[in-house]
Every structure is written in structure tokens, then in C-alpha cells.
Design a binder for this molecule. Sequence first.
Ligand SMILES: [Zn+2]
Length: 330
Amino acid sequence: MLHRASVLSAALSLLAGAPASAAAPADPSLYASLAALEARVAAIGFRLTTANAAWCPVQQPQFGWVWGDPRLYDADRRPEALAAYGAVDRDAPFVAALAPASPAAKAGLRVGVAVVGMQGRAVPDGADGHPFARITAVEIKLAALPPTAPLALDTGDAGAMNLTPVAGCVSDFRVEASEKAGAVADGRMVLVNQGLTEFAHDDDELAAAIAHELAHNILRHRARLDVAGVDRGLGKQFGRSARLFKQTEVEADRLSVWLLAGAGYDSLAAARFWTSFGQRKGRPLFQAGTHPNWRDRVASLETEAARIEAARAKGEALHPPLIDAPPPLE
Ligand SMILES: [Zn+2]
């Protein structure tokens, strides 16, 4: 879907900027629905990354949480936003969502609990003043820890906690309060826009969209496209850059079906989701150069699902394509 840093920055700025001193009264359900979607994404992300960990060449600790931060909201909207999580208004990141039966949930953490320290130190603050800077710094610090090493958390009022993570594929997960039907994978994070969920009829189909972005991160597409020197500007739509972007889209589609199957989701949910998405009204023509036609995508997704079914019918262990030796981007 969308991969440019500029798009990511623009998308992230929407959440921080949208609530700015609007004249109209806020709809409290806006934040409640955001929190509910974060809970779904936390559960799906934890399941996809941990169930498929053995396939992933690089692993990170997975705790089963999505982070929140009071800094994401302007002061006049902050109390209402924090109330959706049961979070107190203190300047600390907090747990915005928890996957059921995840290490964070089992340790007794609750949604809304603030985290003030990790490993005996204050949580990192983030460098650039962006509303997401602190969450990003926390995620990066945690992702660099050994995948199954215990983590000591200081939750301030709620006391000290020890969590033992589960090894998982690389990626943290976030939800963006944007109506734009999109998602982003930047190499270490998957960000899902609220607007994307309108095309997912159930959790299997939402998992299909998330698995596609997760596949980009597992296959290190962003870093490898950078090494290949692709044009992320206007030239993205043409020539070699377009061809390489399209190659990464096809690869992410193919791997996503196996990630679904590996985590016990319906492997045909990907074909269903991308059919709904491909048929949406007002889809941008500008992606024509970098993304396959949606019918071709769906055919490829159905082919992978059929391969998985054939392997299962023969009693073979599943092993996804591309993961051991992804074809070069050149
Ligand atoms: Zn993509």
C-alpha cells in the first residue's frame, strides 16, 4: 500500500493535529472506537508475529501491546481521549491495547496503565518533539532487546512488573485515526488506518491487511528498495522504480497468505479483503504503476491459498515461499 516516509509523516500528523481546538463538540465514541480497533490490531499483530516466528529470519520480543501517549492529543481533547483508555493524565506513555493471553496481559497489565520506567531507567523520551517520538523511542528500545529476555517495567502507581516476552517476527503495531483507506509498513512498524477497516468484514480479513504490511517488514522491503535506489517521488510511478515497487507488492501478497495460514486464520480471507478493497469507490489511479491490478492480486492470493491447501492435504509442513531467499530487487 503506502510506503513513503512523507506519507507516514503526513498520516501521523493527522492524529496529532486533527483534534486541535475544533469548534464542534467532540464525539466521545471517536476515541472509544479507536481504542476498540487498537485492541483488535494488538490481538491480530501478536498472533501473526508469534505464531509465525519460526519462519522469520529476524525476531524481536513481542509483548502483545499497542502503546498510547497523552502527547498524541491536544490539551483540550486529552481528558476525553484518555478516558477512552481509563488512562490518567500524566506525562508518560501508557498501554493503549493488550492482546488476550499475551505476556503483557498475563503479567497483569491493564489498558490505560502508564509506564514510567523500563529496565531500571526512565522511559526514553524521543528526540524530535513529534507527538509519536516517545512511543517510537520506546518501541525501538524494546525491539532491540533479546526476544525472550524478561523485562522489568515501572508502572508508577501500579508498581513494578516483570514480563517475559514471546519471540516474534519484527513489527510493532499502531492504529491511525485517519479515514483514508490505507496502511503503512516502514520496516519496523505496521500502521493501520481506521478507514481501512471498512473493507474488512471480520478479524480474518483485517488480519489479511495486517499480514500484507507485516510481510513487507519481514522481507525488509523498505530497506532493500532504498539500497536499490528507487525513486520515492514522482518517478515512483514509472520505469524501474515502479517495477521494483510492484515486485514488493506481489511478494507481500504471496507471503501474507502463508502468514495467515501459519497463525490459524482463513488463508482465503486475503482474497476476500483485497476484492473488497480493489472494488472500492474512488480508488486512486496513481497507484496503477506500483501496484498490480486488483484482479491479478486476488488471483495470486487464491493461488497461494490453493498451495497451502494442497500441502495440508498431503500432510506436509507448511513453509512459505520467498522467506529464505527473496529474489533480488534489481
Ligand atoms: Zn504493500
